[in-house]
Design a protein around this ligand. Structure first.
Ligand SMILES: Nc1nc2c(ncn2[C@@H]2O[C@H](COP(=O)(O)OP(=O)(O)OP(=O)(O)O)[C@@H](O)[C@H]2O)c(=O)[nH]1
Ligand SMILES: [Mg+2]
Length: 118
């Protein structure tokens, strides 16, 4: 049951087409789906993970990267433990966009963000 696990909410952000949905699916279901179907709003994916000797429940909030959803993403950070910013190594603009996403996240996020390249 949920109460048995410490819960971690992670918000996945980044420009459209960078692979947020696929990275989330790979982590939760170990699946990869070719072809881009833009996420609408947000999708949730959860899994129980083992960290050292403790089981935790990770919920990924896979958000839509399309410009028109940008303002929506502000409300997603409530209660989040962390933010994962995704960019595409073959798309320079998506890397340049990381700064904007960091700024968006840190103005909405209650905790001070510590950036850690992954
Ligand atoms: N070559 C390669 N392609 C990838 C990788 N990850 C995702 N893709 C492809 O990139 C495209 C976009 O992936 P999505 O995961 O849908 O991107 P997204 O960031 O969720 O996009 P939005 O929902 O619009 O914000 C798809 O065609 C994927 O198949 C990867 O690691 N390598
Ligand atoms: Mg997506």
């Amino acid at each position: 049951m949920d109460e048995d696990y410490e819960m971690f909410k992670i918000v996945v952000i980044g420009s459209t087409g960078t692979g947020k949905t696929n990275i989330s699916m790979r982590y939760v279901k170990n699946e990869y789906v070719e072809g881009h179907r833009a996420t609408v709003g947000v999708e949730f994916l959860s899994k129980i993970a083992q960290v050292r000797n403790q089981k935790i429940k990770v919920t990924l909030w896979d958000t839509a990267g399309q410009e028109r959803y940008k303002s929506l993403s502000k409300v997603y950070y409530k209660g989040a433990s962390g933010v994962l910013i995704v960019y595409d190594v073959t798309d320079q603009q998506s890397y340049l966009d990381v700064e904007t996403w960091m700024r968006l996240a840190s103005t909405s996020f209650s905790l001070r963000l510590k950036s850690k390249p992954f």
